[in-house]
Design a protein around this ligand. Structure first.
Ligand code: 0PR
Length: 371
């Protein structure tokens, strides 16, 4: 195929993707152009080889330390991984290696990647029923005593409802037992610290003693291209559990699941963090939570929807007449996209950084029209 035909084909394929302003259910967003530039410039680097691509490894260390200190109050060590799923797998694997038990405990609100991790690692996953509330710390302690798990996974901003588990109390419990506490802040990690400090929520997210690892995705609220996740550990030695021997590599080992890790992601996160920093992400978090609250208020004015109270930037709704599937399908026919929240049989709306009031108003007009 000649190059101009090829490009017009690509453009043709691209036109079949919905505009992001109409995607209200996915946690994807439009990457920041500077971040994209950084990603492209370093596209041929492998961050699994910090010997050949020394600057990539150096920046990875610097950015993890700086971000964890600024956002979570503790300068820590970590890696740039592909996102929340890989971080959950690595945390669980590390917990098993350190504490030698294949039982994992998690509230039933954890992301499906925890089930995936347990399937892959041949673990028994014991879920604590929560009725979609933050998990009760005393119940967690009972489960820890009873099941003696190696790993406890909790969430700061759950996928369906944006719930924050009581991280501080859970971390206190973790200091008392031989257990790896992993905090999955893939979605909430770039919202919670700001919203807490401005009084929107009562639960903060800090790297408390007792937390072994914490993950946050920069391809969600961080405006970095996919894949860009941070995996942070409280004790530098705790990274050792997820290094694998690889004799032909200059360092003799590689971290995590991938053999070739995109160095572009490290530079992309470095670039957005330099560009936005604390204040830039604070502004995004506050603007988007205000936009979420505006949308929730407008939705409550429309009789035909049951509207759940928003948490962080997530709202769930149900049409009073249509089934959730019919509702999501009807919206898709009109070019708007929501996801399912299976645990409450509702449709999930997530306001992401690219959404503006104009997108929200357009969306409300469509919702008003659906009979
Ligand atoms: N932990 C939590 C709390 C999450 O919400 C997610 C992703 C993950 C872990 C996994 O992260 P990665 O996808 O980076 O591995 N939650 C998104 C969601 O379920 C994933 C997603 C994103 C799904 C975009 C669909 C989509 O179009 O919405």
């Amino acid at each position: 195929m000649n190059i101009s035909d090829l490009i017009s084909k690509l453009v043709d394929f691209y036109r079949r993707i919905p505009p992001h302003g109409h995607i209200f259910g996915s946690m994807t967003t439009i990457p920041d152009p500077t971040s994209l530039y950084a990603y492209q410039l370093f596209i041929r680097t492998n961050s699994a080889d910090p010997s050949t691509f020394k600057i990539v490894g150096e920046l990875e260390d610097i950015l993890v330390k700086d971000i964890s200190e600024t956002l979570y109050g503790k300068p820590s060590t970590g890696k740039v991984l592909s996102g929340g799923t890989e971080s959950n797998i690595i945390a669980i694997y590390s917990g098993i290696s350190k504490y030698k038990s294949r039982t994992i405990i998690a509230p039933d609100t954890v992301h499906v990647s925890v089930d995936k991790a347990c399937d892959l690692l041949n673990c028994k996953l014991v879920k604590i029923p929560t009725r979609n509330k933050p998990v009760e710390p005393s119940i967690v302690e009972d489960y820890v005593r009873k099941y003696k798990p190696s790993t406890l996974v909790v969430t700061a901003g759950t996928t369906e409802l944006g719930i924050i588990d009581p991280i501080k109390e859970l971390s206190n419990i973790a200091t008392e037992y031989p257990v790896w506490l992993h905090v999955d802040a893939a979605y909430g990690g770039l919202l919670i610290p700001f919203l807490y400090r401005h009084g929107y929520i009562s639960e903060d997210l800090r790297f408390y003693n007792g937390i072994s690892s914490l993950s946050v995705d920069f391809h969600k609220y961080g405006l970095s291209p996919i894949p860009s996740g941070l995996y942070i550990v409280g004790e530098p030695n705790d990274l050792d559990y997820a290094y694998f021997k690889s004799e032909y590599m200059p360092t003799g080992k590689t971290f995590g699941i991938l053999g070739t890790r995109p160095g572009g992601s490290v530079l992309a996160i470095w670039a957005v963090w330099e560009k936005y920093g604390y204040q830039g992400y604070e502004k995004i978090a506050l603007d988007k939570v205000e936009l979420t609250n505006y949308l929730a208020d407008r939705l409550r004015e429309i009789d035909k929807y049951v509207v759940w109270n928003p948490n962080l930037t997530i709202i769930n709704i149900r049409h009073i007449r249509l089934s959730v599937y019919e509702f999501i399908e009807t919206l898709a026919h009109r070019g708007f996209y929501l996801y399912l929240s299976p645990s409450i049989n509702a449709a999930r709306i997530v306001i992401m950084p690219h959404h503006t009031k104009k997108h929200v108003d357009e969306f409300i007009n469509v919702l008003e029209e659906i009979e």
